[in-house]
Write a protein that binds this ligand. Sequence first.
Ligand code: SF4
Ligand code: MG
Length: 316
Amino acid sequence: MTAAIEVENLRCEFRVHTGLMSAEKRVVAVDDVTFSVPAGSVLGIVGESGCGKSTLARLILGLLKPTAGTVLVDGKRLFDLDRKARARLIQPVFQDPFASLNPRRRIKDIVALPLAAQGTFSRGEIERRVGGILERVGLSAAMGERMPAQLSGGQRQRAAIARALVLEPRIVICDEPTSALDVSVQAQILNLLADLRRDLGLTYLFISHNLAVVEHVASEVAVMYLGRFVERNETDALFRKPRHPYTQALLESVLTPEPGKGVPDIGLGDIMPDPANIPPGCRFNPRCRIAVERCRHEAPTRMVRPPQGMVECHLA
Ligand code: SF4
Ligand code: MG
C-alpha cells in the first residue's frame, strides 16, 4: 500500500526566552518522530495539551519548518511543493470553526477561497464546485448565502470541512475538529468525516486529546508524550493491550472518569509535562508508576514490532 504521509526523524526546536535574566532555552516540541500513514487510512494522535500534537500538524501542513527530518506527502517532499500545490494535496480542519472562518464573508465565498487562490478555475466552475461540496457536507444553498455568525457550531464546522475539501485534496489534517462542539453535534461531525473519507478515499491525520473519539475514527493510534511517540499500534490492539504505562494511564482515565471534574484525572499526580524541562532518562519517569532506577538516567529506545507497532519503554 502506498503511504499518503511519510514522516522521518522529524524534529522541531524553538528558542524561547525565559524571564530569568533573559536566558535562552531550547524547547524541543517534536523530537525524532517517524511514522507513515497508508493511503485511505486514519492515524489518530493522542496526548495531553502541550505534548506537541498541534506542532506536528503544522509541520505536516507546511506551516512550520522542521529543524530536521523529512515529510513526504503523496510521495513528494513537502517543502519542494509551492503553496498552491500543497493546498491541492493536503488541507486542515481545525478545532474552532468560528475562529477559522472570516466573519465578514458569506459561507459560499469562504468555501470558494481555496479555488479562487489557485487562479485556474472559471467563475462557473467555482460556483459548481462550491454548490456540490456544500451539499455533500449537508449545507443547503441558502446556508451558503449566510454569514458564519448565522450558523450553529456544527454548521460552521461543516463549512470548514467544505472549504478543506473543495480542492479535492488527498489528505486532511484534523486537529481537534470536534472539541469545541456539543457532544450530540460531535457525533454528527465524526460520522460526516468518516463518510467523506470512505466516499472520497481520503487519508486523515486525526489529532485529539479525546481517546473515545480517536478509538471511533482511527485505524491506527499514536500516543505522544513531550514531543515523542511513546507508543503506536493498530487501534484495536492499542486499546485492548496498551504497552506503555502512559497509554495505560490514559485509558484507565477513560474507563473510570472522575465525576464532576472538568479536567480528567489520569492518575498521574499533578506533575504537568513541561516541554521546556524534559526530564533526563525516560521523559515519562517522574510520573511513571512502575519506573525503575534505570529509567532515571537512560532513555528507552524505540522497540518496533511487526507489522507497525512501536513502544518506548524499558519494561514494555
Ligand atoms: Fe516508566 Fe521506565 Fe517505561 Fe519510562 S522506561 S515508561 S519510566 S517504566
Ligand atoms: Mg492543540
